[in-house]
Ligand binder design. Structure first.
Ligand code: GLC
Length: 593
């Protein structure tokens, strides 16, 4: 591209009307970079092979150096760990494998002292079957108040031997399990949208609502800055629990596809894709309005972030209306391929859809449920969310290409206004671990699909801190709940710290520049006229050119006099290589919308 960058188009402003809080319109979460800690795999202080809270406390310095604003911790509450802690048996205690409540308090205090906010995971759609509430429900029998806490139903057929409907579990297999009643006879069925060890609550029951208000207060009183709300699109099921068969090509968590989402962009509800009777029901919103009010009684701009896999973005925006949650994960962005046109569309749509309800957009590329983006962006075949990548997956990613694209994709993401979520290890450029031995895999998906889907273990392997050390410094014993690959020395944090061009230093630089130029509170203008493979935008003082194609392009003449702030890959000042993103200073001659 030797063209000038002639014009700019539609500005998608992010500044929203204030919705309360001490710093209206610029509350911390509107522009925060939030780092997801997966406690099992972050740092292991007691050496048992499973990460823990004291491990996190001991490593907060690294996150401060990285430059994040907040951490979100996946669940560390009491749990039999059938779904890695997303099966909670006591919402108000820490599982001994992770430590104690005192460890949590110490970690929170240390994080706050380091100017890092703390968000915890709340799992309200279901509990563990080991939870006292569910055990009491089993014991109390049909028709009891205890059973009414969960979704118990009589079966169909002469003897109730047929499940109440045809719903399938997200992890594979039926979503219903039949219980044996106290007298030993086959009894009612209970609904579990996930594993059979994760019975769904009945959120139409006021008792359930009251328990969760108490749980919110428990953690708010301990000083947490907010909650990431698990399965925030699933808590209410359609009346009558009608049969439903999901589309074959959909990911496991709902949401149709990015394409469907963008096709329905800007249209009214009548044009939105069909919704499963257990996802995205209108009734969920009154729950979040209630929680919004509860959080507002606390100081400090506490935040709720929705995990809601719903399409299109206009529908997702309903979760972040001014009286509901503050943020929702932008999964359509995560699912968008590394393609300039598709990215431009999804970014514009995100900014438009969220701005219309006064919320910031969020951006996310990786988490504990998806293939790490350093691998995903180089997959050559369709890979629906939740399926994972293993030895027999077709279209396995090229590692170097994946990392190059991941770095470029992150450099684009961190230039955008709004909140951004990082997943532990992506700042090290970690790839998905593809060749985990079959007998090491632990994701219920792997078992419930008879090993047809690998599931999510490949993105959950304990992260490397120190090259050449046992477990790469994850602990001092070398134990690791999922085996770490042999070739992770170069990915280790200490092998990258201070090394120009390393992925870790790239992330640090991007986060520093993002803060210095307040990009998170900015607004963008597209620079038109670039070739199809190029995405070019300005956000205030920073102009970003992302080359999503394979071919080199020349730096546009209009940027010839601009300083280079950072490049995601090797850059000589003249040629932007394929799969590379470069940040320049915005030239004064460039018209900015
Ligand atoms: C969410 C979590 C996922 C978990 C599921 C069931 O999607 O992110 O890890 O398996 O909910 O709780």
């Amino acid at each position: 591209m030797d063209s000038a960058l002639p014009t700019t188009s539609a500005t998608a402003a992010q500044h929203a009307s204030p919705t309360g809080g001490s710093t209206p319109g610029s509350e911390w979460w509107r522009s925060a970079v939030i780092y997801q800690i997966y406690p099992r795999s972050f740092a292991d202080a007691n050496g048992d092979g499973l990460g823990d809270l004291p491990g996190i406390t001991s490593r907060l310095g690294a996150l401060q150096e990285l430059g994040v604003d907040a951490i979100w911790l996946s669940p560390f509450m009491t749990s039999p760990q059938k779904d890695a802690g997303y099966d909670v048996a006591d919402y108000c205690d820490v599982d001994p494998i992770f430590g104690t409540l005192a460890d949590f308090d110490a970690m929170t205090a240390a994080a706050h002292a380091a100017d890092i906010r703390v968000i915890v995971d709340l799992v309200p759609n279901h509990s563990s079957s080991a939870h006292r509430w569910f055990q009491e429900a089993l014991a109390a029998g049909p028709g009891s108040a205890e059973r009414a806490r969960y979704m118990f139903r009589d079966g169909k057929g002469e003897h109730g031997e047929i499940a109440p409907n045809n719903w399938e579990s997200v992890f594979g297999g039926p979503a219903w399990t039949r219980v044996t009643e106290a007298d030993g006879t086959p009894g009612q069925w209970y609904l579990h949208i996930f594993d059979s060890s994760q019975p769904d609550f009945d959120w139409t029951n006021p008792w359930v609502r009251e328990q969760f208000r108490d749980i919110l207060r428990f953690w708010l009183d301990r000083g947490v800055d907010g909650f990431r709300v698990d399965v925030a699109h699933g808590m209410i099921k359609a009346d009558g629990l009608p049969d439903y068969t999901p589309p074959a090509e959909g990911g496991s968590m709902g949401g149709a596809s990015v394409d469907a989402s963008l096709e329905a962009a800007g249209t009214g509800p009548d044009s939105w894709p069909e919704t499963a009777p257990y996802w995205g029901q209108d009734g969920v919103h009154e729950i979040y309005r209630d929680w919004h009010e509860l959080l507002a009684t606390y100081d400090g701009d506490r935040v709720l972030c929705a995990e809601a896999w719903v399409d299109p973005l206009d529908k997702m925006a309903l979760w972040v209306r001014p009286d509901e949650m503050q943020q929702a994960f932008n999964f359509p962005y995560l699912e968008t391929p590394w393609n300039a046109a598709a990215l431009k569309t999804v970014v514009s749509e995100s900014l438009r859809a969220f701005a219309q309800v006064g919320a910031p957009s969020t951006w996310v590329l990786s988490n504990h449920d998806v293939v790490r983006h350093a691998s995903r962006l180089a997959l050559t075949e369709e890979n629906p969310q939740g399926y994972g990548v293993g030895p027999n997956t077709p279209g396995k990613p090229d590692r170097a290409l994946g990392l190059q694209r991941a770095r470029a994709a992150t450099a684009l993401m961190l230039s955008l206004p709004g909140g951004a979520y990082l997943y532990q290890g992506e700042e090290l450029g970690l790839p998905e671990v593809i060749d985990l031995p079959d007998d090491a895999r632990q994701d219920p998906t792997w078992f419930r699909t008879n090993h047809e889907r690998y599931g999510r273990d490949g993105c959950r392997v304990p992260i490397p801190w120190a090259a050449g050390h046992p477990a790469y410094g994850f602990n001092t014993t070398g134990a690791s709940w999922l085996p770490q690959p042999d070739d992770w020395n170069d990915y280790s944090r200490d092998a990258q710290a201070g090394i120009p061009g390393s992925t870790l230093e790239l992330y640090r630089t991007l986060l520093r520049l993002r803060r210095e130029h307040t990009l998170g509170l900015g607004s963008i203008a597209w620079i038109e006229g670039a070739p199809d493979t190029i995405l070019a935008l300005t956000n205030g003082a920073v102009t970003v050119v992302a080359n999503t194609g394979a071919d080199d392009i020349a730096v546009p003449s209009s940027l010839a006099d601009s300083a280079v702030l950072v490049a995601s890959g090797p850059f000589d000042g003249r040629t932007i290589h394929g799969d590379t993103t470069v940040w320049f200073t915005t030239p004064s001659t460039l018209p900015v919308g």
